[in-house]
Ligand binder design. Structure first.
Ligand code: ZN
Length: 261
């Protein structure tokens, strides 16, 4: 796996020549995730899952290049929490389109956008970017959290249920068991571990308003900013999530594109 920002142009030229290059563009956001997790969870998650996906694609014959993460996104639901930053959807769309165009110009025509942030406007902006790029002949896929729930399920939900310890897995969400587990495993230095024992379960919230984004996170979580029970999280669960989801995401990509010729 290559990191685009850490290699010289000559290596990019070789990768383009090989015809086997596949670029992953991780997309996240700056958004609150409760008092125990950092604002960058979704960006870090997109990077962790990109790295976990790469080996399976390499096994299939691709040369994987991970582009620098887009760390900003559309985050209107949590905008009342200090530190949450939101772009306008068209800003995000333009960034993705312009990055995709630049890659194509250099012969890197296969682009996988791996999104770590679930927000309807954010995901729509990525969808729109993908559609625009597809009219310009680039091969583009959107994985991770996407509008098409079947793809989200195939990436993030397939084969992970048995790892959860929460008594109410149906109420786990933003900042809850899953994201806390991932953070404890993959970026523990950013977790305020001393805060976690003080966090009561947040199971009794308006699930429909949360899923459909009809109310903001502050009001539906009572200012807590997390949904579910962070105390159910373990680093071991996080490790298992990364392994399974990395394979899942690679399978989604390989189902669409197969191996490089
Ligand atoms: Zn998140």
């Amino acid at each position: 796996m290559f990191e685009l920002a850490k290699i010289p142009f000559t290596e990019v030229a070789r990768l383009a020549q090989s015809g086997k290059a596949l670029v992953i563009l991780p997309v996240g956001v700056v958004e609150e995730h409760g008092a125990h997790l950092p604002l960058g969870v979704d960006s870090f998650a997109a990077e962790v899952y990109s790295a976990a996906t790469a080996p399976y694609l390499e096994e299939a014959g691709y040369e994987v290049v991970v582009a620098p993460t887009i760390n900003y996104g559309v985050a209107r639901a949590a905008i009342d929490f200090p530190g949450t930053l939101s772009l306008e959807p068209e800003t995000l769309r333009s960034m993705v389109v312009e990055i995709g165009r630049s890659l194509s110009r250099h012969g890197l025509g296969r682009l996988v956008i791996l999104n770590g942030h679930r927000d309807k406007e954010h995901m729509k902006a990525l969808d729109d970017a993908k559609e625009i790029l597809l009219t310009e002949k680039a091969q583009v896929l959107l994985v991770g959290f996407v509008h098409d729930d079947a793809v989200t399920a195939a990436c993030y939900r397939d084969g992970v249920k048995q790892f959860y310890k929460s008594p109410r897995p149906d109420r786990e969400g933003h900042g809850g068991e899953s994201e806390t587990s991932l953070a404890l495993h993959a970026f523990p230095e950013t977790v305020r571990q001393e805060v976690i024992p003080q966090l009561d379960p947040n199971f009794d919230y308006d699930v429909e308003a949360f899923r459909n984004e009809t109310k903001d996170y502050w009001s539906i979580s009572g200012g807590r900013g997390y949904f579910g029970w962070p105390q159910a999280a373990t680093a071991e669960t996080g490790k298992q999530l990364v392994t399974v989801r990395g394979r899942n995401i690679a399978n989604v990509i390989l189902r669409e594109w197969g191996s490089p010729k």
